[in-house]
Design a protein around this ligand. Structure first.
Ligand SMILES: O=C(O)C[C@@H](Cc1ccccc1)C(=O)SCC(=O)c1ccccc1
Ligand SMILES: [Zn+2]
Length: 157
């Protein structure tokens, strides 16, 4: 697999609606997902979406961890989410700072749902339904936007 490069704002791939994955593809994409996680860690990201490395498929990784910008962010194992969806979102919203690996050096205040209920498949094809709040909910919404051709500046206050 050639090394992945992160598409920068202006690359049309970031504006595509990514394609759903078939369960048959999950396992065969395992090497790609490993490379995707590696790329995220290289750039000290707390998430990354497949379209950011020019693969327009509905998959991303969420990897919240405490960091200088979010010292009280929860620690979570990098989690690969396939065909992710929001099934419920709170009316309450919260504004906080976001960055993006595809838009380096720019931060903006973005309004996001405080609480969400989500569903996604794991690499093994198991469906997960769970609730998220706070910074993890924020990352999920940021990554899901990437699958729908949106970037955080589109929502910046
Ligand atoms: O571009 C991406 O999807 C990754 C992005 C995820 C994200 C960061 C902050 C709020 C919501 C979603 C990043 O990881 S940007 C990397 C970075 O600058 C950063 C890292 C930790 C906290 C905040 C920004
Ligand atoms: Zn981003």
């Amino acid at each position: 697999m050639e090394t992945l490069t992160i598409a920068q704002l202006g690359n049309p791939i970031l504006r595509e609606h990514a394609s759903p994955l078939s369960a048959a593809q999950y396992q065969e994409l395992a090497p790609f997902f490993t490379a995707l996680q590696q790329k995220m860690l290289e750039h000290n990201g707390v998430g990354i979406a497949a379209p950011q490395v020019s693969e327009s498929i509905r998959a991303f990784i969420v990897a919240s961890c405490p960091n200088p910008r979010y010292p009280d962010a929860p620690m979570m194992e990098p989690t690969l989410m396939l065909n992710p969806e929001i099934t419920w979102a709170s009316d309450s919203m919260e504004k906080d700072w976001e960055g993006c690996l595809s838009i380096p050096g720019i931060r903006a205040l973005v309004n996001r749902h405080s609480h969400i209920e989500v569903r996604y498949d794991t690499l093994e094809g198991k469906e997960v339904k769970t609730q998220m709040e706070g910074f993890i909910a924020r990352i999920f919404q940021h990554e899901l936007d990437h699958l729908n051709g949106l970037v955080f500046l589109d929502r910046a206050e």
